[in-house]
Design a protein around this ligand. Structure first.
Ligand SMILES: Cc1cc2nc3c(=O)[nH]c(=O)nc-3n(C[C@H](O)[C@H](O)[C@H](O)COP(=O)(O)OP(=O)(O)OC[C@H]3O[C@@H](n4cnc5c(N)ncnc54)[C@H](O)[C@@H]3O)c2cc1C
Length: 610
């Protein structure tokens, strides 16, 4: 394996300084004494340097040393220990979650910091991400007593964290979990018994303790997700005198994965000796057996869904920038348009440029999608106006499944394009594309497969608040088109956005018709992932055109020999490419969905024997 960090931060700086209202975010009370827009370059450059000089040199250890399980203990690569402490001690990690942390970055800035870091060592970042998720849960939902035990340790990165949902019988359907919780004399403490699998950062040797956010059913609670409660189950019990003792949490093995080999994925058994205790989060089950666990866990899952989209973007973009570096060196063949001319580097061939453009346009689209969501998060958390807060929360709810699924669905085919651009060397471990391909595949699977995300979109987000929030977003796009349809030089692209919006409304109406017809309800499952992709493509088309308005203005102000010319000109070309070559998929999907082909519904299990 040969890892190389090739990250470019120019688009990130454009987003923060020229497109999104960063000044508005930095003006909120929580941030106004610490940062201004003029600090953006310094923050981005500093993180880029840390990523290149501190994180990236450890990436190959993840791949070459990997995670080792021996005698009930999991060992992560030694270099990860040092990097973990560096990131946590220097304020680039979990401490950013703290409500009281002085100088914490807003989500808009912290999100891009995490993107820049994730590209440098994708297998390392989940150690920070899981600790941060557990810290956020503890801060939001635990009692003061439980916070007193865990929160400072989590925020300092001294203790790790996990999200424990999946069990051998409970994957996509978390409600099938068999883990049980039994009351003790202390109403806050339960005895826990059960098994969890596939737990990211579930065991490790670089921290003194691991705080598992654990889903289990209190004895007598309802079946399904409604009966699940959340517990804080530490690997080691924290005694009142500050010492740690065994809490009957055993790691029974780690997975041997196709990628992300430095990230520990553990199988855990709780309460084998009947001595595992956990702190109940929130109230016990009510008299009807309903519990609150899943509502709490959604907070952690939604955070992890954004992390997933961001990691997908980071690894895809890094693979693309590596590929284009290779393309500058490799000489092969002649130009189609100049067959008698000199031999050329492959980055001049149309098909190779197509591979780069697909990557450039789609990663810029994904970055626009994610950063817009970070902005909404800051407004939802910090804005003093409750109406604006709710507006931002509605937007977050709508875009979260898109942020998780679109970059992660695209990562695999886009990295395949980067890999293809190397020719034979793409298939070899001498260059980084093969490793990126192996790393990225998990992101369309974990945190709810992308099919599950599409059910969330169609089943929940379309109709949330009687459908108003979603329809408001479509109206926002409609108003944008009406106000900008004459955007000089981008008239065709604006038309394509308008056509996509109209198709999208048709897609929604058609799916709703299928939902009401028992004979066709299954088509929702057949088309779900396509609908999600079309939603993201239409929405990203809108965001890229919003950016294009700013870009065109800047292009009008600078000369062709300006150092920024290629960046701005490139953004116009990638926007044109996206609107003319990617967004048309929306009306293609409309046509397919309206056709309502039932071949999958009619297919018996037996036909797949052949
Ligand atoms: C590396 C790694 C790290 C992970 N980290 C964590 C973690 O930290 N914490 C945690 O709790 N879990 C974790 N997971 C588990 C992960 O979230 C699950 O693997 C994922 O949710 C899918 O569940 P499953 O593997 O049981 O697949 P299944 O649920 O068996 O799904 C298999 C296929 O069937 C489809 N499917 C399932 N149900 C339906 C349905 N009703 N309708 C249509 N299609 C359906 C799925 O979309 C999928 O394509 C991790 C997994 C991996 C591999």
């Amino acid at each position: 394996m040969s890892f190389k960090y090739a990250y470019n931060t120019r688009d990130i700086k454009f987003i923060l300084k020229e497109w999104l209202p960063t000044a508005e975010v930095l003006g909120y009370d929580k941030y106004k004494d610490y940062y201004g827009v003029e600090d953006v370059d310094m923050i981005v450059d500093q993180v880029r340097k840390i990523a290149a000089e501190v994180l990236a040199p450890t990436a190959e250890d993840g791949e070459n040393i990997g995670v080792i399980y021996k005698d009930g203990q999991t060992y992560i690569p030694p270099s990860f220990h040092k990097v973990y402490r560096f990131i946590q001690d220097n304020g680039w990690g979990t401490s950013n979650m703290g409500h009281e942390t002085e100088g914490a970055l807003p989500t808009l800035l912290f999100g891009v910091v995490c993107e820049i870091l994730a590209a440098a060592n994708p297998a390392f970042m989940p150690y920070v991400g899981t600790a941060s998720g557990a810290a956020r849960m503890c801060q939001e939902y635990c009692s003061d007593h439980v916070k007193g035990i865990f929160l400072d340790k989590l925020l300092a990165g001294e203790w790790g964290g996990t999200m424990c949902i999946t069990e051998p019988t409970a994957g996509s359907d978390a409600g099938d979990a068999l883990s049980k919780a039994f009351p003790t004399d202390d109403p806050e403490i339960y005895k826990i018994k059960g098994q969890k699998i596939f737990i990211t950062s579930g065991d490790r040797d670089d921290v003194d303790n691991i705080v598992h956010m654990y889903m289990a059913r209190i004895d007598g609670a309802k079946a399904g997700t409604k009966g699940l409660s959340m517990f804080v189950v530490p690997k080691k019990w924290a005694n009142e005198d500050g010492s740690l003792s065994d809490n009957d949490v055993q790691c029974i093995g780690v997975e041997h994965k196709m990628g992300l080999k430095g990230s520990a994925t553990a199988a855990l058994v709780m309460g084998e000796n009947n001595n595992c205790r956990g702190w109940l989060v929130g109230p016990p089950t009510d008299e009807k057996g309903n519990a609150m666990g899943m509502a709490f866990m959604f907070n952690m899952m939604n955070g992890a869904r954004l992390d997933t989209g961001r990691m997908s973007l980071a690894v895809t973009a890094n693979a693309y920038w590596n590929a284009k570096d290779y393309g500058k060196e490799r000489v092969q063949g002649y130009l189609l348009t100049d067959p008698r001319g000199p031999r050329q580097t492959i980055n001049k061939h149309e098909d190779v440029k197509l591979m780069y453009m697909l990557n450039k346009a789609t990663t810029e689209a994904s970055r626009a999608l994610l950063t817009k969501c970070y902005y909404y998060q800051d407004v939802a958390h910090c804005d003093p106006d409750p109406v604006r807060k709710q507006w931002a929360q509605d937007r977050i709810d709508m875009v979260t499944p898109l942020c998780k699924a679109y970059p992660s669905d695209e990562a695999w085919p886009l990295i395949a394009e980067s890999l293809q651009s190397y020719g034979g060397y793409g298939y070899c471990e001498d260059y980084p594309a093969a490793n990126a391909a192996r790393d990225c595949k998990i992101w369309s699977i974990w945190e709810g497969t992308n099919f599950i995300q599409s059910l969330d979109l169609m089943g929940r987000k379309w109709t949330q608040g009687k459908g108003k929030a979603f329809q408001d977003t479509l109206k926002e796009i409609e108003d944008f088109i009406a106000a900008n349809k004459g955007l000089e030089g981008m008239e065709r692209e604006m038309n394509h956005l308008a056509k996509a919006l109209s198709s999208y409304r048709e897609i929604q109406n058609t799916i709703w018709t299928y939902m009401k017809d028992p004979a066709k309800l299954g088509l929702m499952g057949v088309y779900g992932r396509r609908v999600l992709t079309a939603t993201a493509q239409m929405y990203c088309g809108y965001l890229l055109l919003e950016q294009a308005i700013v870009v065109k203005k800047r292009l009008g102000e600078i000369a062709k020999d300006d150092p920024d010319y290629n960046f701005y000109n490139g953004k116009i070309l990638s926007t044109r490419y996206y609107l003319n070559n990617v967004v048309p998929n929306v009306w293609h999907v409309e046509e397919i969905i309206k056709m309502g082909d039932t071949s999958i519904l009619e297919a018996s299990e037996e036909i797949f024997e052949y």
